[in-house]
Ligand binder design. Structure first.
Ligand SMILES: Nc1ncnc2c1ncn2[C@@H]1O[C@H](COP(=O)(O)OP(=O)(O)OP(=O)(O)O)[C@@H](O)[C@H]1O
Length: 303
């Protein structure tokens, strides 16, 4: 379990992480979402002891990670897939990691096969595509068979097949009871990947809940109706407590009543319907409006 308590990081006048508190539990994939510059990478670096907090704490199973010897057996991480020695082969890179963490060398070929790099294992990493580097970074995270895994933007550079593979892998790791914490700046990526969401903006916590809760709280459902008798139908629906936004003579958007109820009311009042369609706003739109303040702040700040 990862515990973040009032974690704060300042770089001069910039507060990258601002009194952040949340817990990441085992057995689930937790998405760590925020727009560019929200403080995700800084938080992950502090969890790994690569940056020290200005204030607050980050612990893994109750202990600051920097205090752990043979770290890869406790926490596996993919931070920056490009941060590897291009002249080495994937096998040599992982073997060096295994040696410094006292992990049996037999694990190297196991994880290379697992991420689909078995055939490319002897090639120089410098010639790898971004997607292959991501797979190698994931192999490095898996090497120590750790109970806690952190991935910073792991879907970057992966093709659709790679994205599906990563989602399956994260699901399996979580089902095995591990803690899986995955950052992204796109809700569309996390919508099909995560069970829980920690959303931050400008270094501060915006949401910490299950995807289902986030969805129920933020995704708006409305019903589009098309009818030649819109004025009459709108009157009936408003009488039932719905809001009707009349967009043109025959078309309106209804909120506050489900489509089946609208259909029944139309029938009861003898009103013809030409179209009745439920619409759910995207979670991406909800995420963007929730974090809009922090994006504006950053855009203004950069000028
Ligand atoms: N070493 C540093 N020195 C100064 N400022 C920094 C440093 N590292 C991060 N920052 C600033 O802290 C803020 C948070 O950055 P961070 O990289 O953690 O965000 P992020 O959410 O990971 O964004 P991205 O999705 O773009 O990677 C940014 O304003 C960034 O410019």
């Amino acid at each position: 379990m990862i515990e973040i308590e009032r974690l704060t990081k300042r770089y001069g006048a910039t507060t990258a992480v601002d009194r952040l508190s949340f817990t990441v539990r085992p057995g689930a994939v937790t998405g760590f979402l925020g727009p560019n510059g929200a403080g995700k990478s800084t938080t992950l670096r502090m969890i790994l002891g690569l940056d020290s907090p200005t204030a607050g704490r980050a612990t893994v199973d109750g202990v600051p990670f920097a205090g752990r010897p043979r770290g890869l057996r406790h926490v596996g991480a993919l931070l920056d897939a490009g941060d590897v020695h291009g002249g080495r082969s994937a096998r040599a890179h992982l073997a060096a990691l295994a040696r410094s963490n006292r992990i049996p060398l037999g694990r190297v070929d196991e994880v290379l096969a697992e991420v689909g790099l078995g055939k490319a294992a002897g090639r120089r990493i410098g010639g790898y595509s971004l997607g292959m580097k991501q797979r190698l970074g994931i192999a490095g995270a898996l090497l120590g068979d750790p109970p806690v895994l952190l991935f910073d933007e792991p879907l970057n550079g992966l093709d659709p097949e790679g994205v599906l593979w990563v989602r399956g892998l994260f699901r399996r790791l979580a089902d095995e009871g591990r803690t899986v914490f995955v950052s992204s700046h796109m809700m569309a990526e996390m919508e099909h990947t995560a069970d829980r969401l920690v959303v931050i903006g400008r270094g501060r916590l915006i949401a910490d809940e299950s995807l289902a809760e986030f969805s129920a709280r933020n995704a708006e459902t409305s019903v589009a109706v098309r009818t030649p008798e819109l004025a009459a139908l709108a009157g009936v629906l408003r009488g039932e407590g719905a809001e009707v936004d009349v967009t043109d003579e025959q078309f309106g958007i209804v909120t506050g009543l489900p489509a089946d109820r609208i259909g029944e009311l139309a029938l009861r009042h003898g009103l013809v319907l030409h179209e009745l369609a439920t619409r759910t706003s995207s979670l991406e739109a909800a995420f963007m409006s929730l974090t809009a303040d922090s994006v504006e702040y950053l855009a203004g700040d950069a000028r």
